[in-house]
Ligand binder design. Structure first.
Ligand SMILES: Nc1ncnc2c1ncn2[C@@H]1O[C@H](COP(=O)(O)OP(=O)(O)O)[C@@H](O)[C@H]1O
Ligand SMILES: [Mg+2]
Length: 241
């Protein structure tokens, strides 16, 4: 993976700040100098932990492969985003590159907020409070249309990696984690046909997951997911690259 280019040599002090949220891999802070931005740093030792627990073939790759920030930054360089620069941020948090922090390399993105300026609610939390209501179904349809037309590639769309930003129609869903491809054979990166197929699969999986989120969950997600089948649809092949 490429060398990191920092916005400046200035080291941002995050050690005394409280993260507003954290996931399995990263801590998320509001940028101390710009409230509209989010800085993500790796939870300490996480890359090392994943590295040593991985099977041998993966261990041959460099440790940086397991760095979620670096992988995400690389995913932001995908052609569909680079070409689409002006509009992608409506549904994918915009990325501004790297800063130095005293908690390690920080990846800077837009901080998605609610109407009060607080970090936005995740789709997962919204669903547990309100279920799959009409407003969120509309927001999900707009998101699906966006991915189908932009051909931006994502991993599985997890409800905790989507947040709700206010919009004229109610809400727009914004992906804040999970860009890129998790597969080892990145065909979708080079072919529109495979990109469309990849996206249809992610969207079907997303709707399948939404149904489970609002179900009684008597069957675990693990067992439910094992029954997921992608139903191939006819895909037009246009402007194949
Ligand atoms: N740009 C953002 N705007 C608003 N909330 C965010 C943003 N990025 C992350 N979050 C919140 O922080 C949580 C963890 O961030 P995430 O990037 O998913 O970390 P991880 O890579 O560890 O899963 C998210 O589920 C979300 O609630
Ligand atoms: Mg996450």
């Amino acid at each position: 993976m490429a060398t990191i280019h920092y916005q400046s040599d200035y080291v941002i002090d995050l050690a005394r700040e409280a993260p507003f949220a954290s996931g399995d891999n990263r801590l998320c802070f509001r940028h101390p100098d710009d409230a509209s931005l989010c800085i993500k740093v790796l939870r300490s030792g996480r890359a090392k932990q994943l590295y040593s627990a991985s099977p041998f073939y993966k261990r041959m790759l460099r440790e940086t492969y397991f760095d979620d920030n670096r992988r995400e930054f690389a995913a932001y360089q995908q052609p569909a985003i680079v070409r689409n620069k002006c509009t992608y941020h409506y549904h994918v948090a915009r990325c501004y590159g790297w800063v130095r922090t005293n908690l390690g390399d920080g990846l800077v993105t837009d901080l998605i907020t609610d109407i009060n300026g607080n970090p936005a609610q995740t789709l997962e939390d919204y669903l547990s409070e309100h279920g799959l209501d009409a407003m969120i179904q509309d927001a999900a349809s707009s998101l699906a249309l966006f991915f189908r037309t932009s051909l931006i590639l994502t991993k599985n769309l997890m409800p905790h990696n989507l947040v709700l930003a206010p919009s004229d129609q109610g809400y727009r869903l914004v992906l804040i984690d999970g860009l890129g491809l998790s597969t080892f054979l990145p065909l979708a990166k080079y072919s529109h046909y495979f990109a469309r197929r990849h996206i249809e699969k992610r969207l079907q999986w997303f709707y399948f997951r939404l149904e489970w989120e609002v179900s009684d969950r008597s069957i675990s997600w693990r067992d439910t997911e094992a029954t997921f089948r992608f139903s191939t649809i006819r895909l037009e092949v246009r402007s194949e690259k």
